[in-house]
Write a protein that binds this ligand. Structure first.
Ligand SMILES: C=CC1=C(C)c2cc3[nH]c(cc4nc(cc5[nH]c(cc1n2)c(C)c5CCC(=O)O)C(CCC(=O)O)=C4C)c(C)c3C=C
Ligand SMILES: [Fe+2]
Ligand SMILES: [Fe+2]
Length: 322
């Protein structure tokens, strides 16, 4: 039996210091995410970063935590899985997290115990970066080292230019724009960043980002002067891919731009980085510099076009298996 597996980054169990500490510890111990040699990084992580960032990030997560459904990232991942299952009534569709709960390892073990001998995995990152996509495949293959009957495995290729993904992204942006009470004067297309060094060492992320952006602006019919592609969520003091989202927003506002829509095509579900970082922190940056309206884009979430898009991407990889 063929099983379908969504691999998402993961989220803390609770928006508290105790929820964040193990989450950040696991995330930031991943050598795919932090390429600094362990003897240098681990003392820094345990002495400087975890004690401070756990509290600071907990406060941010508390702002996006839903009293009923908890973390938006987990909520939408559950929804995506449930709705995708309707497209594949004869195949188990499950999800697992790289970091935190439910761990990918548990999901995979349950699927294999349930009779899955062919597995199609879909990392929930449209643009390949070793820090995200390869971290997902590392988790997957690591989990399989603990299994006696390893299934045949396929991993969907990065889908930054797949029509299933682009159709869904276009529909999501069009829905958002139709709901706005004001007309944006400029569109910022913001992606999660990575350190510049990683790109110089061969990570193709920036190329995938550019390809997605080019395809989207063409579909939307946006002239070159109407949009700017940026990178957000810088971590630490090194240089990350530029231009930084907040710098561009501040410059736009200082030049007199009052209304901006921020599209977020790199994120497959609403999360801390889209709701709080862009919707609260970057909005403040924009407003302090003289801007008036900033709308953070909705992510793909459970949009019917995205559920259909995921099904198309999985079917393409599932030839002969589905
Ligand atoms: C060096 C650090 C980081 C790299 C590189 C990085 C790449 C990267 N991340 C995402 C997607 C998400 N990241 C999220 C949270 C988050 N990211 C980092 C650090 C790096 N990410 C941290 C420390 C955190 C935790 C929050 C914080 O303390 O800032 C999330 C949100 C998860 C949620 O629970 O809502 C997502 C999604 C991508 C796509 C990516 C590389 C392309
Ligand atoms: Fe991140
Ligand atoms: Fe962040």
């Amino acid at each position: 039996m063929t099983g379908l597996l969504l691999i998402q980054l993961g989220t803390p169990d609770a928006p508290t210091y105790r929820g964040l500490f193990p989450y950040l510890r696991q995330f930031l111990s991943d050598p795919r995410v932090i390429e600094v040699p362990r003897p240098i990084w681990l003392p820094l992580l345990y002495l400087r970063i975890l004690p401070f960032r756990s509290g600071a990030s907990a406060a941010k997560y508390a702002r996006i935590w839903d009293p009923k459904t908890g973390s938006p990232l987990l909520h939408y991942t559950v929804e995506q899985t449930k709705l995708l299952q309707e497209h594949f009534p004869s195949n188990p569709v499950k999800f697992g997290m790289i970091v935190g709960n439910p761990p990918l390892r548990d999901t995979i073990h349950d699927m294999i115990a349930g009779g899955v001998d062919k597995l199609i995995a879909m990392p929930m990152f449209p643009q390949y970066s070793a820090t995200s996509f390869a971290s997902a495949t590392d988790s997957l293959f690591k989990a399989l080292t603990k299994v006696r009957r390893v299934p045949a495995v396929r991993v969907v290729p990065p889908y930054y230019n797949h029509p299933g993904y682009l159709d869904a992204m276009e529909a999501t942006i069009r829905d958002d724009l139709a709901k706005l009470a004001w007309e944006p004067e400029h569109i910022v297309i913001s992606f999660h960043g990575i350190p510049q060094k990683y790109a110089q060492r061969g990570d193709p992320y920036a190329t995938h980002v550019v390809r997605t952006t080019q395809a989207l602006v063409k579909r939307m019919g946006w002239p070159r002067s109407y949009w700017t592609q940026t990178y957000q969520s810088r971590f630490g003091r090194s240089e990350w891919l530029k231009p930084y989202t907040d710098d561009v927003l501040a410059t736009l506002a200082k030049k007199g731009t009052k209304r901006v829509y921020v599209a977020l095509p790199g994120f497959t579900a609403d999360c801390l980085e889209t709701i709080d970082e862009i919707g609260t922190e970057s909005r403040e940056v924009f407003e302090h510099a003289g801007g008036e309206h900033l709308k953070n884009g909705t992510c793909l979430n459970a949009h019917p076009k995205w559920i259909e898009g995921m099904a198309r991407i999985l079917r393409d990889e599932g030839h002969g298996w589905l």
